[in-house]
Design a protein. Structure first.
Length: 38
């Protein structure tokens, strides 16, 4: 049985730029210190 090709998805370039900016902002965000219960 041959392997199936992954589906091709058409994405709006503006949405791609927005997703990349969101990922960059998330990576740069500081996480809260949750060590209070130790």
């Amino acid at each position: 049985m041959p392997a199936l090709a992954p589906p091709e998805v058409q994405m709006d370039p503006t949405m791609v730029a927005q997703y990349e900016e969101d990922l960059k902002n998330a990576a740069d965000a500081d996480l809260p210190d949750d060590d209070d219960d130790l």
